[in-house]
Design a protein around this ligand. Structure first.
Ligand code: XMP
Length: 322
């Protein structure tokens, strides 16, 4: 099989793919050690399982707590993988990420700050401490396409941009999923024995909730968007849409609370129908659902006076806000 050609979901033979990729990982890493970061998304979960099949104890799996994850996410992911026999170590890096994001407002600058913090600082340190020479990661073809096309710098794409990770960060990167798109990764994950709650898990971006705060990212703003996100995820779970999210806007608008003027926050809701994230349409949500979302967000997220629903498709929109 050509190692860089696309393998569509229909073409993918999961058992053959697993055999081939575990062999590739074993022969690349040899007798050495590798690390990987598990976020709990379908891509990093699939890589974790492939890596453990190939390397067993010689793969160390970390959950990087960047302070930008959703409610209770670190605990839930560690517990889910414990059930699968995979030990995950949580690395607290909240201050490093918030420090790197301080004062930055531009979307690409924010993405770059996250990338540098993950790859140079946190993984650099973990590689040194563990003695590993390889990082396994779940880059997929859509990440590469959008980055190379200059649409959005995905946090995990290097070689295709001419960046040598060995030179830039001091370790090699192995990307076993780079021929697949999301639908293929789901099919693979099922064959790898991951539970449905993971192989059908909604995508969540590498820059996490910082992709959903317009303008500067602060712990307070992340808290706001985190609370709104958990309401949106609860209310829209039954839609089975491809992805749904809450976005915190930078602009404030005049509202009123308790008979007083309040120059308050705006939350935008997005809910997408899509197959592979390359194109997407807003889901036609019933008005009652929108109404319920608005009242729960206005009542449950401090300082919010405006809730909107996005009706623009991708393109020209993208799915995330930054
Ligand atoms: P966009 O916003 O580009 O998103 O339409 C397409 C899909 O990719 C996810 N996304 C990311 N995933 N790192 C990732 O791993 C990133 O930097 C990133 N940015 C966007 C997004 O959630 C959607 O599913």
């Amino acid at each position: 099989m050509n190692k860089s050609a696309e393998v569509t979901q229909a073409e993918l033979n999961p058992e053959e793919f697993i055999r081939e990729k575990t062999q590739e990982i074993s022969s690349a890493v040899g007798k050495g050690l590798a690390i990987n970061a598990l976020s709990g998304g379908v891509d990093s979960s699939a890589v974790t399982m492939l890596g453990h099949k190939a390397l067993g104890e010689r793969l160390k799996t970390y959950f990087i707590n960047n302070g930008l994850m959703r409610k209770d996410e670190p605990e839930q992911i560690v517990a889910a993988f414990k059930k699968l026999g995979v030990k995950v170590e949580v690395v607290g890096a909240e201050e490093e990420f918030f420090g790197a994001l301080k004062g930055i407002t531009g979307p690409e600058e924010k993405r770059e700050a996250i990338t540098q913090t993950f790859y140079k600082k946190v993984f650099g340190r973990l590689v040194k401490e563990s003695g590993a020479k390889y990082l396994l990661q779940g880059t997929i073809l859509t990440d590469v396409d959008e980055t190379v096309a200059g649409i959005k710098r995905q946090h995990n794409v290097f070689e295709q941009l001419g960046i040598d990770p060995q030179e830039a960060f001091g370790y090699k990167i192995i990307e076993p999923l780079v021929q697949l798109r999301k639908d293929g990764v789901r099919k693979l994950s099922r064959a790898l024995g991951l539970p449905e709650s993971i192989y059908n898990r909604m995508p969540f971006p590498g820059p996490a909730l910082s992709a959903r705060v317009i303008g500067e990212v602060t712990p307070e703003k992340i808290n706001t968007v985190r609370t709104a996100t958990s309401i949106v995820e609860e209310e829209l779970a039954s839609t089975k849409a491809f992805q749904y999210m809450a976005i915190l806007h930078q602009d404030r608008v005049t509202g009123m609370r308790d008979g007083k003027r309040e120059f308050g926050l705006q939350i935008e809701i997005r809910c997408w129908d899509s197959i592979d994230a390359r194109n997407a349409r807003p889901t036609k949500l019933p008005y009652e659902t929108l109404d319920k979302l608005a009242s729960r967000i206005l009542g449950g997220v401090g300082g919010v006076v405006s809730v909107t629903y996005n009706i623009a498709g991708k393109p020209p929109s993208t799915m995330e806000a930054i």
